[in-house]
Design a protein around this ligand. Sequence first.
Ligand SMILES: Nc1ncnc2c1ncn2[C@@H]1O[C@H](COP(=O)(O)OP(=O)(O)O)[C@@H](O)[C@H]1O
Ligand SMILES: [Mg+2]
Length: 154
Amino acid sequence: MKTLKSESSSQTFKIGETLGSKIYQGICIALKGELGAGKTTFVQGFAKGLGVSEKYYITSPTFNIINEYPARSLTLCHLDLYRLGSADELEHIGFDDLIDKHHIIIVEWPEILDYISFEFDIDINFKFDEDYNRIISISASGQPGTNLISNLSL
Ligand SMILES: Nc1ncnc2c1ncn2[C@@H]1O[C@H](COP(=O)(O)OP(=O)(O)O)[C@@H](O)[C@H]1O
Ligand SMILES: [Mg+2]
């Protein structure tokens, strides 16, 4: 596990960008943390690192649940499951079909996926410290996630 302190939104953006720039195939990433903790800011940087065009302005897909962006030869799928009522609704958004080596899936409010025992390659937790900085902990399960994190110079 890597634990980092971010003292500004641009630092959180940069951490996301660094991770994004190391990704060359499909992967699933969970972003946990309270409202305002920096999850969407992280995704904005992550998208830049992946090569998503700056013509897209990335916001939390709270109402549409999923937004997709072309990223080099891959597709970035940004999900926000805050409003999802049950894991059954995942079927309606075609979640299962997204999991392949061309989709990079990054999920805000992923907790509901616990009900279908979904395993992410990388889990990232955002917490506030007493000075309102963000403490970002990155952990991996499985080989692809572990390799990625150990190669991160953060
Ligand atoms: N260190 C930091 N990291 C991320 N965001 C920060 C930081 N410090 C202040 N902020 C501000 O906090 C807010 C984070 O919002 P956002 O990324 O949308 O959070 P979330 O998606 O977790 O609800 C933004 O307004 C951002 O400018
Ligand atoms: Mg958000």
